[in-house]
Design a protein around this ligand. Structure first.
Ligand SMILES: C[S@@+](CC[C@H](N)C(=O)[O-])C[C@H]1O[C@@H](n2cnc3c(N)ncnc32)[C@H](O)[C@@H]1O
Length: 276
């Protein structure tokens, strides 16, 4: 009975995502007028700085990085592309995978302008913002695949895909704002974390970014997506269950200037952990 109830609630979440619209999502969460890169206390600045910090501490090495639930976004791998030779993006929705491919193909098919993000990450790396075109080229070189994924499956990429044995496991797994927005409840969130950690090699790093205390976000016309409201304690407990050891967990309170129109998130978290 419990298994059937879980399956139903996971299926209900998948149905919510049928209304997810990549264009609306990018406009609401990643457009130049929403990200406030000029503000010291900007959320996106905090996010990009956390990712930059995590990838430049000297302990992150290896061939392959897997980003889980990439959505239509690329900001989360702009620091990573300087460290890992192969970056694999993944998402549940073909519409998001298509948007990613359009940008990667660089044939003018994507309307999304990632330039402000690329420029800012160049600045974090001590490079001139004008070098953003080199970073865009690098990103397009190292992203080798955009794959379907379902974090609610024990083999999220499917049994025969890269990341599943006997293929090499990832040296690093990243996932931003995905698991809490893809799971119907805390139990499903915990299991989803275990599933994605199974794609990581022992000793490899897990980077997770997400929302604390969020119960919904808007991702398209009529697409109010329910979210599992997380706390630091819930995240730490899930991490322990997944077989990872926490290196650090950082929290950023949502600044008052940020409108609650698109989401009721209270704060952002970023964690770096290592698989035991
Ligand atoms: C809030 S968006 C985050 C996108 C991106 N990572 C970011 O940082 O903006 C949540 C993403 O989770 C994906 N998702 C939903 N259900 C999923 C599932 N069962 N497995 C994997 N990803 C899922 C959605 O398609 C969506 O792209």
């Amino acid at each position: 009975m419990e298994g059937a109830a879980t399956e139903n609630s996971v299926a209900a979440m998948a149905a919510c995502y049928e209304r997810f619209d990549p264009e609306t999502f990018l406009q609401k969460f990643c457009s130049a007028e929403e990200i406030h890169l000029d503000r010291e206390d900007g959320i996106t600045r905090w996010e990009l700085a956390r990712l930059h910090g995590a990838f430049t501490e000297g302990d992150m090495r290896g061939e392959r990085l897997l980003d889980v639930g990439s959505g239509p976004t690329l900001y989360q791998v702009m620091s990573a592309c300087e460290v890992f030779n192969q970056v694999i993006l993944t998402d549940f929705l073909e519409a998001n995978r298509r948007e990613l491919r359009l940008w990667l193909q660089n044939e003018g098919g994507s309307k999304m302008n990632w330039t402000p993000f690329l420029q800012h990450v160049c600045k974090l790396e001590g490079r001139r913002p004008s070098e953003w075109t080199d970073k865009a080229t690098k990103l397009r070189q190292v992203v080798t695949d955009v794959l379907p994924i379902d974090v609610h499956r024990p083999h999220p990429l499917g049994p025969d895909a890269p990341g599943s044995l006997p293929f090499a496991l990832a040296d690093c797994v990243t996932s931003c704002f995905c698991l809490e927005g893809a799971s119907p409840d805390l139990g499903a969130f915990n299991r989803a974390l275990i599933h994605i950690v199974s794609l990581l090699r022992p000793g490899g790093h897990l980077l997770l970014m997400g929302n604390l205390g969020e119960t919904y976000y808007l991702a398209g016309p009529g697409a109010k997506i329910p979210v599992v409201a997380l706390s630091e304690a819930k995240i730490c407990s899930a991490l322990k269950e997944s077989g990872c050891s926490l290196i650090r967990l950082e929290v950023f309170q949502r600044p008052s200037y940020d409108s609650k129109e698109h989401s009721d998130s209270e704060a952002k978290f970023f964690l770096k952990a290592r698989k035991n």
